[in-house]
Design a protein around this ligand. Structure first.
Ligand code: CP
Ligand code: NVA
Length: 336
């Protein structure tokens, strides 16, 4: 039997941003996800589902493939039932205040996975629902993504020690913000490589740097991609235009063109020859000619040869979304 360490001090708690939990709790969730992956492989969850009788809902204001499916499969694997409430399905913020919707959902559901625009909406939900609310992405943070990224790094390198992670692209988006904080909490050196106009907010940097100081690691902002990726173990990118920012498309294309991750940049890590580097992307990615946009413009944030290379671990990373979200659900809701 795979041993699970569910006792992380997170029972009954929401998770809206990584800074809300201790470094040990965050690393505990990553380890729990690794245990749950082994447990699922052994099919042990079928004999002893840990969320039997629980009702969860997914309140999603934005589209999602991975987060929605990860939440749904994680909950069902453990015997919980799940209701998906997309934009247009409920009155949230239109005919009914967020506060009132939260109070209703909290009377019926045991937990809420939320994806939305303003981070304040997630905070209001968590405050008023009085059941755990987990952030499946807001404009500011994407904490569950970074747990999956850390799991992928730990599985690949066997450890999170002595790693250097470089994010290349929109250095102030939700994924990058959470990556800065998550890496710093794990004691990983992290570099945010971005155009000056897309630098991280001072308050995000302050949270990350406080964690880095605690853990003896470094958080840097660098504007030159070649310089930034030297000796990187992980090169990470994300879309250049996040959901809700579509009107900024032309401006972003112009700013981020020099920040595309291609083979030449991967070579600048100096790590390819000895398998010392992996490529990560939270997905979805504009890398090929299969979308209307890339047929017209070619690859955006990453080229096909990088995306499809053996050192690209993006689909391990995507799978790990399920195991890490399951870790959060169980740490919050499973009976002691
Ligand atoms: N990475 C991620 O959150 O993907 P989805 O938008 O498909 O959920
Ligand atoms: N930064 C992206 C992440 C998608 C998973 C967005 O918010 O659209």
């Amino acid at each position: 039997m795979v041993k699970l360490n569910l006792d992380l001090g997170l029972r009954g708690r929401s998770l809206l941003a990584l800074a809300e939990i201790s470094d040990a709790q965050m690393l505990g969730l990553v380890d729990l996800a690794i245990q749950l992956k082994a447990r699922k492989k052994a099919q042990e969850h079928l004999d002893n589902p840990l969320l039997r009788g629980k009702n969860l809902c997914l309140v999603f204001e934005k589209s999602s493939t991975r987060t929605r499916c990860a939440g749904t499969v994680a909950a069902r694997d453990e015997g919980a039932s799940v209701e998906y409430l997309g934009r247009g399905d409920i009155h949230l913020g239109k005919k009914e205040s967020v506060e009132d919707t939260a109070r209703v959902l909290g009377r019926m559901f045991d937990g809420i996975l939320f994806r939305g625009f303003a981070h304040a909406t997630a905070e209001t939900l968590a405050r008023e629902a009085r059941v755990p609310v987990w952030n499946g992405l807001t404009d500011t943070w994407h904490p569950t993504q970074i747990l999956a990224d850390l799991q992928t790094m730990k599985e690949h390198f066997g450890t999170l020690e002595d790693l250097k992670v470089v994010f290349v692209g929109d250095g102030r988006n939700n994924v990058c913000n959470s990556l800065l904080v998550g890496c710093a909490k794990a004691g990983i050196d992290v570099v945010d490589c971005c155009p000056p106009a897309l630098s991280p907010a001072p308050e995000v940097l302050a949270v990350a740097r406080e964690a880095a100081e605690r853990n003896g690691s470094r958080v840097e902002v660098v504007h030159d991609p070649g310089e930034a990726v030297a000796e990187a173990n992980v090169v990470y990118t994300d879309v250049w235009v996040s959901m809700g920012e579509e009107s900024r498309f032309d401006e972003r294309l112009h700013l981020l063109e020099p920040y595309r991750v291609d083979m030449a940049l991967m070579r600048r890590t100096g790590q390819l020859a000895h398998d010392g580097v992996i490529f990560l992307h939270c997905l979805p990615a504009f890398h090929n000619t299969e979308t209307e946009l890339t047929r017209r413009l070619g690859p955006l944030e990453v080229t096909d040869d990088v995306f499809e290379a053996p050192f690209s671990k993006v689909f391990d990373e995507a799978e790990n979304r399920m195991h890490t979200i399951k870790a959060i659900l169980l740490a919050s809701l499973a009976a002691p």
